[in-house]
Ligand binder design. Structure first.
Ligand SMILES: *Cc1c(COP(=O)(O)O)cnc(C)c1O
Length: 466
């Protein structure tokens, strides 16, 4: 299995290369040269398999020689055994043909655990084979950092450094990162915004000498291994509702989760529509509905993990939309970099519309959905899930969605207790495994939003003797 860069100027790599590199050296994103398909026997096997076995089956289509099926079964059984639901990704019926797919039963209570936990196991295995080390550097607005730290804290061959904007993540999100006391973990609270953190990370990756000296690696959502791991729950959920066609609705930020649904569809899963549900940061909705992909500045919302402007994984979809012509893709991306805008033609928009529809949910609608869900079912949903549920309801009401609809629930409500309580007056409780969190001792350093200062800190950390 070979992986090619969307920008076409990098050498193809195998799965291991894509896993360790994250971003391709030409600035593009790796995609499989050919998308694998599942056979009829594969679908039959999935129908009554436990989650971990389906995970190994699906992911083995991507891994080539790097991990065989038996190895993946062992890893998947181990990592998904850490989830606090026996089904790993359980479905709750909320209407006649409506379900919520609960993706928040992992160690840090958000869907990012699905991919990150497996990524940790993969890194450890690959790096252990020839005793390499890797220093993972990530910027987070909350969920990614916690998921990455939990997944990598026990990895013998990985250091992990996470930058978060000081005072701008929820208390639960911060504590999930800073309560971890492990010699290979460093949290840095940066005096700045998430964009500042992200810019510093990008500059350090672009500093080739530094990146080589500390063996810098990335775990953000452009890593193909994360996409591969996220395709799995589309297969298990469709099987659990008796097969397709199924519509999926995902609260969308970086276009990773919903893109994984598109990949599942390309692999042969019977999916009707994929719904891109966004908050007030509606660049993807404007792109799909009007062809206008232009950033207008990030607005803070009560669903902060989706407060993103340029959705990295969208490039992978655009690559297919231009018939995998790297030159045309590069022209589009250069336009975006130069003019800060990208116009999709009617033909390009029509091609996307064959698979996707989009909707935007306002802050008021998000709060109303939390209230309505609590009143109708007695259960609480987090603000990200509410963005998607509201979109699902509106689109079904308008006749755009018919038949089975599964809405992805990406975080536990107790991860965003203030927003949930403010909306509906009921305070969500943390699962018992986390009850000590609020009184944990914290481990973090603070730093100005200064690339040189942080470069020094990361360099010293990577160079220390374990
Ligand atoms: C990251 C995140 C999202 C957005 O997922 P993408 O893959 O970036 O589209 C939605 N909800 C929650 C809770 C998240 O942490």
């Amino acid at each position: 299995m070979k992986y090619i860069s969307t920008r076409g100027l990098a050498q193809p790599v195998d799965f291991e290369g894509a896993l360790l590199a994250g971003l391709a050296p030409d600035g593009g994103l790796y995609v499989p040269a050919e998308t694998p398909r599942l056979t009829d026997e594969d679908f039959a096997a999935i129908a009554d398999a436990p989650y971990w076995r389906t995970a190994a089956l699906v992911i083995s289509k991507f891994t080539g020689a790097a991990f065989d099926r038996a190895k993946l079964e062992k890893m998947a059984r181990d990592v998904y055994g850490r989830f606090d639901a026996p089904e790993t990704a359980p479905l709750t019926k909320v209407g006649d043909e409506d379900w919520i797919l609960e993706l928040f039963h992992g160690p840090t209570l958000a869907f990012k655990d699905f991919a990150m936990q497996l990524l940790g196991a993969m890194f450890d295995d690959v790096l252990g084979r020839d005793d390499q080390r890797l220093t993972i550097l990530a910027a987070t607005s909350g969920d990614t950092g916690a998921a990455a730290i939990d997944a990598l804290k026990a990895c013998a061959n990985v250091n992990i450094v996470v930058l978060h904007p000081r005072g701008r993540v929820s208390e639960v999100q911060r504590l999930m990162m800073t309560s971890v006391d492990a010699p290979n973990v460093m949290n840095i609270a940066v005096e700045g915004s998430f964009d500042d953190c992200q810019a510093i990370v990008k500059q350090l990756f672009a500093d080739e000498a530094f990146a080589r000296a500390v063996d810098l690696g990335g775990v953000n959502s452009i890593n193909w291994a994360r996409i591969a791991a996220q395709t799995v729950y589309y297969f298990t959920a469709s099987a659990a509702v008796g097969g397709g066609p199924v519509n999926y609705v995902a609260p969308t930020g970086n276009f990773g989760d919903i893109y994984a649904g598109y990949v599942a569809r390309c692999m042969g899963l019977n999916i009707n529509r994929l719904v891109v549900a966004v908050n007030a940061n509606d660049i993807l909705h404007r792109a799909l509905a009007e062809g206008d992909y232009s950033p207008r500045g990030v607005k803070p919302t009560i669903s902060p993990s989706m407060d993103i402007e340029v959705a990295s994984n969208f490039e992978r979809l655009l690559f297919d939309v231009v018939d995998r012509d790297s030159e045309r893709l590069r022209a589009l991306m250069n336009d975006l970099a130069k003019t800060r805008a990208l116009r999709l033609s009617d033909e390009q928009r029509a091609r996307i519309a064959a698979d996707f529809i989009s909707a935007t949910t306002s802050e008021d609608e998000t709060r109303d959905e939390i209230i309505r869900h609590q009143r109708e079912t007695g259960a609480l949903i987090d603000p990200h899930t509410a963005v998607a549920r509201s979109a699902a309801r509106a689109l079904r009401g308008a006749g755009h969605l018919t038949g089975k609809v599964i809405t992805l629930s990406t975080a536990h409500p107790a991860k965003f207790p203030d927003a949930v309580t403010a909306a509906c007056g009921v305070r969500p409780k943390l699962p018992t495994a986390h009850i000590d969190l609020m009184s944990s001792k914290e481990h973090m350093k603070t730093a100005p939003a200064d690339t040189d200062v942080i470069k020094q800190m990361v360099g010293d950390f990577a160079a220390r003797k374990p």
